[in-house]
Design a protein around this ligand. Structure first.
Ligand code: GCU
Length: 670
């Protein structure tokens, strides 16, 4: 009997070649006898690279081309903790030249290996005699990827909710995977990108998964030890109704003393089992999940109860602000889903404990291709806030389409709440949390589409330097992942891919128009008469959602000035968000000079055309990239093209029929 060989796992941004510059030199890891876990990781990385490329690991005091050392104040930390303490202070490092050596000085053991990966990223340039002294430290203390992985294969959502890269790395059909080698490799990739925490289960914690907190905690501990050598802390999504579901109590009322004791005791056991446990993530009173509303309590009551249970361990609860009415009547024009998070949470500002972090989706709706920044992130100055990005491309092509998302994320992180001269949102949130929904599965390329790895890589990098140019991050990723391939090839496919995706999908910020349920492909009216609150209101005269104070839902008032005013008026509202904020006639003239209807036609044609060009460019590159990557990307581009043309034709036909206005350029509309 013959068996199919397992596919080779793609090395992503850590191919062996990336270690050549370091591995062919004399390297000294000078940690004054510290034998902590993270220092061990650094030593193992260095030894492996030197063994491969002919360099040497130098004994103490011996001359070296690269010296990796710990800052004096942190010497001993590694040994004392016996595990990672990825606190903000200890993640930083310095890099520079001392005589003929490049020296990396970690603030702590984690800083040491973040510094090591900086050397890897720079390659030969790290050994340039002119290397400038630099200090690096992460802008966000907690840089966490939230996996929406289920333990049990869910009837509708499968093993990974909104996962487009195969099964879960952790769980397989109800069980912890026997072989966690890939989890270790994953931790290494994440650490090299700058991530320091992972939530291992879906925010929708179903009955079976609720047990991870108690009787299946041993499995969680096993994952935690696989992540630990790379400084990745483990977080768990918990079920607010756990005290009831696990059968112990008749209520989950957050003010009930027995419930509070249950959470304290349970949390104590979690920390006994996993001393460096990261914290809880909670989706409550959202899309049918249980929460404090069932007991007439507020979200502050709910979050604070968990915060109190976690406080003795100095750990946070991340409480999600994604709370809205998903059983809305579409006939009711006054309810606006975009308003919901602010309406629910802004009145609670100042009422959360210090270790509650309110985790807010970057936009007010739901990870659409284009949304304004959530006004919750611009309010609540007495609450710790975290921004939640979505790496998994639920509404942005599901890892079948090339869609490099960092330009979108940068527009969020670089948003200036008080206007054009003010500080950025990233500055306001700095020191806090950057979270992102993960896009990884057991696919040999990790992310299904090999080019979707760039999104994963970039989250970690933005967690350190949120103001960094996304094009520069992309360039860095290309250099590491595709050594030897001309970079312009990948840039040609990826630089504008978010705009391209936007061009052929829902126009001008109106959002959705996707097939209900799985959210892939066009269906203009798919959500129009549903309870989900995601409407475009197209009729024969125009389209868009009136969210103004003057005539609409009043949502614009949730923004501080000058944004409330800018968004309120169509003449100052940016084109790309026009239909998010306004219902306008098809003949409305945009700042670009085009009418709305002509813009719809032009950009749909342009977007689909652009995908055809991407496909042609990639076909030319067959000899220049790894054949397995070439084949996978070729397949995905064929699907992207089919899908882009379907989007183009459905949207153009739909709006042509609605408006009766022909395309000024007379192109085929069906
Ligand atoms: C979206 C997504 C769900 C997910 C939810 C969330 O609505 O479709 O699968 O559970 O977001 O973020 O909680």
């Amino acid at each position: 009997m013959t068996s199919t060989p397992s596919p080779v796992i793609h090395p992503a941004w850590l191919p062996a070649e990336a270690f050549r510059a370091l591995g062919s030199r004399r390297v000294r890891v000078d940690t004054a006898g510290d034998a902590g876990l993270l220092v061990g990781t650094v030593l193992a990385e260095v030894s492996r690279a030197c063994a491969r490329f002919g360099g040497s690991v130098q004994p103490p005091e011996a001359p070296a081309d690269l010296v990796l050392t710990l800052a004096p104040r942190s010497r001993g930390d590694a040994a004392r903790h016996g595990g990672p303490r990825p606190d903000r202070d200890l993640d930083g490092f310095r890099i520079g030249r001392r005589g003929a050596s490049t020296v990396v000085t970690g603030d702590g053991p984690a800083g040491l290996f973040y510094g090591l990966f900086e050397v890897v990223r720079r390659g030969e340039a790290a050994f340039d005699p002119g290397l400038a002294d630099e200090r690096h430290e992460p802008a966000f203390g907690l840089r966490v990827l939230d996996h929406w992985d289920n333990v049990f294969v869910h009837r509708v959502m499968g093993q990974v909710e909104r996962g487009y890269a195969g099964g879960s790395l952790f769980w397989d059909d109800g069980r912890l995977r026997d072989d966690l080698t890939r989890v270790g490799d994953y931790a290494r990739l994440l650490a090299a990108s700058g991530i320091n925490a992972v939530t291992v289960n879906n925010v929708n914690v179903h009955a079976g998964e609720t047990h991870l907190l108690t009787d299946r905690l041993g499995e969680v501990a096993t994952i935690a030890s696989t992540l630990r050598p790379y400084g990745i802390r483990l977080h768990l999504s918990i079920n607010f109704a756990a005290p009831v579901i696990l059968g112990d109590l008749p209520t989950a009322d957050p003010l009930d003393p027995d419930v509070r004791r249950w959470w304290s005791d349970t949390t104590e056991r979690v920390f006994e089992t996993i001393p460096d446990f990261g914290g809880y993530l909670v989706k409550a009173d959202s899309e049918g999940r249980p929460g404090p509303f069932s007991y007439g309590r507020t979200h502050a009551d709910g979050a604070n109860m968990l915060a109190d249970a976690l406080a003795p361990y100095d750990a946070p609860v991340r409480w999600r602000a994604f709370v809205y009415n998903h059983r809305q009547d579409w006939r009711d024009r006054s309810t606006d889903r975009a308003r919901a998070a602010y309406d629910h949470f802004a009145p609670l500002d100042g009422r959360f404990r210090d270790n509650v972090i309110l985790q807010v989706k970057h936009g007010p709706m739901d990870f659409q291709t284009r949304e304004p920044v959530s006004p919750v992130l611009l309010a609540m100055s007495d609450t710790r806030l975290a921004v939640e990005l979505q790496v998994t491309q639920e509404y942005t092509g599901q890892q079948k389409h090339v869609c490099y998302l960092p330009p979108m994320w940068s527009s969020v992180l670089g948003f200036q709440p008080t206007g054009d001269d003010g500080p950025t949102l990233a500055t306001r949130l700095s020191g806090g949390v950057l979270s992102a929904v993960a896009n990884v599965g057991d696919d040999p390329f990790w992310t299904g589409h090999p080019l979707a790895q760039a999104n994963l890589y970039a989250v970690g990098r933005l967690g350190w330097t949120p103001g960094r140019d996304p094009a520069e991050i992309l360039d860095e990723w290309i250099g590491l992942t595709f050594p030897g391939t001309p970079r312009h090839l990948l840039h040609a496919l990826m630089d504008d891919s978010w705009e391209t995706y936007e061009q052929y999908t829902a126009p001008l910020g109106v959002g959705f128009m996707v097939r209900p349920g799985h959210h892939y492909g066009p269906d203009v009216d798919g959500y129009e008469y549903t309870p989900w609150g995601t409407y475009h209101f197209a009729d024969r005269d125009g389209l868009g959602v009136d969210r103004t104070v003057a005539t609409g839902t009043g949502y614009t008032a949730q923004y501080p000035r000058p944004w409330s005013e800018r968004y309120e008026h169509p003449d100052t509202c940016p084109d790309e968000l026009l239909l998010f904020f306004h219902h306008v006639p098809y003949t409305h003239v945009l700042h670009s000079g085009s009418t709305v209807i002509q813009h719809i036609y032009d950009t749909r044609f342009a977007g689909a055309q652009r995908v055809a060009e991407m496909q042609a460019a990639w076909a030319q590159a067959a000899e220049l990239v790894d054949p397995a990557v070439h084949t996978r990307v070729t397949e995905r581009l064929a699907e992207q093209r089919r899908s882009a043309e379907e989007w183009r034709d459905q949207l153009n036909t739909y709006f042509h029929r609605k408006s009766g206005i022909p395309d000024a350029k007379g192109r085929p509309i069906h």
